[in-house]
Design a protein around this ligand. Structure first.
Ligand code: 5AD
Ligand code: SF4
Length: 464
């Protein structure tokens, strides 16, 4: 079940548009603001790749930029408000820089009516495109810059998978690799299937080629990305097969996200015990601890099944670190049902949990459910959950003290240039004394203490 690819001539046409723009020597600087999940981060890297080919220069400052692109998220209402607030703020900036180009793209643009409304209400926006047609960025830039057009183009069709695009990676140590796009699950609270479309898998050989090129470029960590990686190529054993083949490439660290608990196979669980480079860390969103709430969320697993998966994972790989996503105050959730989430968090003992108050999304099924619990009450619940999780996070960190861990050094601390930070295999962030020469290396660090959500350590050896 490999998805069809965008015809190579169409991608080639984009390279030609980029070349034309580059020949214009516009000297323009661009800035991309990325909101939301890793998928968007990865998409922004491709946009960056195209904009570099167009001859534009990347800048870290919005004020300094001639082209600003917002890659938006719409998974919760506050993400949308933030995006809109930011775009409106740019209107002020554009008063002083009238030929500034403002582009808005990403998931929010795929929502019904959003692109039309932006076009009508904000004449200062030059360019709007969606997730399915982002690969046409050079053509759109040419139309905006050369033909002085306002371009508003969002495709509803799921389309096919574009391959062979340029990429400017944010990080030369740890890289994201898409393995699939879209989602078929329709959890009743979630807008993703509506904006990202149906599942499309990349050809395994294309994924392997990208991973091999990353290894050759010296990248030490890859994270395979998909809304639900377990249903790669329609599910079954395809994802475990892909993981095994990626493992054979020999990149030091392999991770993946996100996994839907309903689709975790025993074969995948066993990968945690057998694959040399697969890191002992798994993000396994539970969303809720009560069976009735899970049923109404359309999650297709029970609390018991989830806990059974956790047990199997820990049997195979006792040091595995688990993280999760939790929604508090799903429509109709009672206090009693919420307490089941608390007890599940106590039982699983996650390393970390990302917690969200339910946010109604237009067009999803749950938006039509009755929602009698007040926001004030939901806020109290989430605060309770956060305190409980912090206790478990602290305990997980404290259990690391005294151990020696292999740390992939990612960056020099923003607070002190004598401190560097990086992650353990399990995903804990460790700060320790060291200099920028260590960046990109995997080193041995003795864990000496804990900070808030991080570890402190002492460098033992520069070779892991
Ligand atoms: N309200 C609150 N949280 C949501 N998520 C997805 N949709 C919503 C929503 N409508 C959360 C889920 C998901 C994470 C990426 O965002 O927990 O796993
Ligand atoms: Fe949304 Fe559910 Fe798909 Fe995740 S699996 S993207 S929560 S619909």
């Amino acid at each position: 079940m490999i998805s069809t690819k965008v015809p190579q001539e169409e991608i080639q046409a984009q390279y030609e548009c980029a070349q034309k723009l580059s020949a214009l020597r516009t000297n323009k600087k661009y800035h991309i603001v990325t909101m939301g999940c890793q998928m968007n981060v990865r998409d922004s890297e491709t946009m960056s790749g195209w904009l570099d080919l167009c001859g534009f220069k990347k800048t870290d400052s919005r004020e300094d930029a001639d082209i600003v692109i917002y890659n938006t998220c719409c998974v919760r209402e506050n993400a949308e408000n933030k995006a809109l607030g930011n775009v409106i703020w740019l209107k002020e900036l554009k008063r002083f820089k009238q030929d500034m180009i403002i582009g808005v793209c990403g998931c929010m643009m795929q929502e019904e009516g959003v692109a039309e409304s932006l076009k009508a209400r904000y004449p200062f926006i030059n360019l709007v495109f969606g997730t399915h047609n982002a690969y046409k960025l050079p053509e759109y830039m040419l139309r905006v810059i050369y033909d002085h057009e306002r371009v508003f183009e969002v495709w509803n069709s799921d389309g096919s998978v574009p391959e062979g695009m340029p990429t400017t990676r944010n990080n030369s140590i740890s890289s994201f690799v898409n393995i699939m796009y879209g989602c078929n699950n329709f959890c009743t609270y979630c807008i993703v299937p509506y904006v990202r479309g149906r599942e499309r898998s990349r050809d395994m050989e294309d994924v392997l080629k990208e991973c091999t090129a990353l290894k050759d470029a010296g990248v030490n960590e890859v994270t395979l990305l998909g809304q639900n990686v377990n249903s790669y190529m329609g599910g079954g054993s395809a994802f475990a097969e892909l993981l095994k083949r990626v493992d054979e490439i020999g990149i030091e660290r392999v991770r993946f996200m996100t996994s839907h608990p309903k689709d975790i196979t025993d074969e995948l669980i066993n990968c945690f015990g057998s694959l040399k480079h697969l890191m002992p860390a798994l993000h396994l969103p539970v969303q809720a601890g009560d069976d009735e709430v899970l049923r109404r969320m359309n999650r297709h697993y029970s609390r018991e099944k989830y806990l059974d998966t956790v047990k199997k994972l820990r049997d195979v790989c006792p040091e595995i670190g688990l993280t999760t996503d939790i929604i508090v105050g799903f429509p109709g959730e009672t206090r009693e049902q919420f307490e089941k989430t608390l007890s599940l968090v106590d039982e699983v003992k996650y390393d970390a949990a990302y917690t969200f108050i339910y946010s109604p999304r237009k067009g999803t099924l749950a938006a039509s459910y009755e929602d009698p619990v007040s926001m004030e009450e939901k806020t109290k619940w989430i605060e309770e959950l956060i305190v409980l999780q912090q206790m478990h996070t602290n305990a997980a960190l404290a259990a690391q003290v005294g151990k020696t861990q292999k740390v992939l050094v990612e960056a020099v601390s923003t607070r002190s240039d004598k401190t560097v930070g990086g992650k353990t295999p399990r995903g804990h962030m460790v700060n320790f004394e060291g200099d920028s020469a260590l960046i990109g290396k995997i080193v041995s660090v003795e864990i000496t203490g804990t900070g808030k959500n991080t570890l402190r350590g002492t460098l033992i050896r520069e070779q892991a």
